[in-house]
Design a protein around this ligand. Sequence first.
Ligand SMILES: Nc1ncnc2c1ncn2[C@@H]1O[C@H](COP(=O)(O)OP(=O)(O)OP(=O)(O)O)[C@@H](O)[C@H]1O
Length: 268
Amino acid sequence: MSEAIGFRNVRKSFRRRGGELPVIDGADFALARGEFVSVLGPSGCGKSTLLNMAAGFETADSGEVLAGGAPVTGPDHTRGVVFQQYAVFPWLTVADNIAFGLRLAACGIPRDRHAAIVERYIGLMGLRGFENAYPKELSGGMRQRVAIARAYAPGPELLLMDEPFAALDAQTRESMQELLHDIQLTERRTVMLITHSVEEALFLSHRVVVMTPRPSRVSEIVPVGIPFPRTPETRLSPEFIGLRRRLEELLRGLSAAQASTPKEGRAA
Ligand SMILES: Nc1ncnc2c1ncn2[C@@H]1O[C@H](COP(=O)(O)OP(=O)(O)OP(=O)(O)O)[C@@H](O)[C@H]1O
């Protein structure tokens, strides 16, 4: 299978008051086309930094970030991004938010197809009846459904999601995971998801990348061998529970290692 996004020995530091903060120290992993991969790791280890490099918002100090084999040089329409918040435009209706990326010339989808594409994602994301609503009239979960629809609509090869459900209550979060799972069954895009939730990572992913504390590298890549489609009962299966325990233990160990490093090595 060909590679959608690859990190090759990537290093990244940030310049801060008081010196350099090394964040990523040789990250090396790749996502195959059509693969759903979650990235877990101790708080502040650089997960969002990895995603921002894949999106083209940040550049690596050394090593390479490759999208479809070509170096990432900046953001473009082949990579869609969903953030935790502020992902929808408050001045646009639901339909216009979803159409936003389609209307950018670079995406190259003819104008006469836009309405059908918007309509399709309205249906897939359960937003029918809300086409003309503004984000302020929607719940947080519905706003994130709009954000996800907007990211999928222009047909990017890769979707980069940075804790898209972190601000939602537990029940909404579970139903959003199920919605994303179902969309992926039909769309089969490549997704890189940053999350703090082991359960979310396991429910959605083919593989889970676990990062070490900062300066971080890959600690382990855990394949999730649970067949698709997954259902709410999957979360209760012995295989799922076993993997959850294993990942939680791994993360506890990594966070404990982080807590015992000298303070000057761990800027906030
Ligand atoms: N633009 C920046 N300038 C300076 N420091 C930054 C910048 N972006 C991130 N950092 C620092 O780099 C470190 C890693 O941040 P990042 O957000 O990538 O980690 P994370 O693993 O996503 O964090 P969390 O788990 O808390 O969401 C943090 O210490 C953060 O303060």
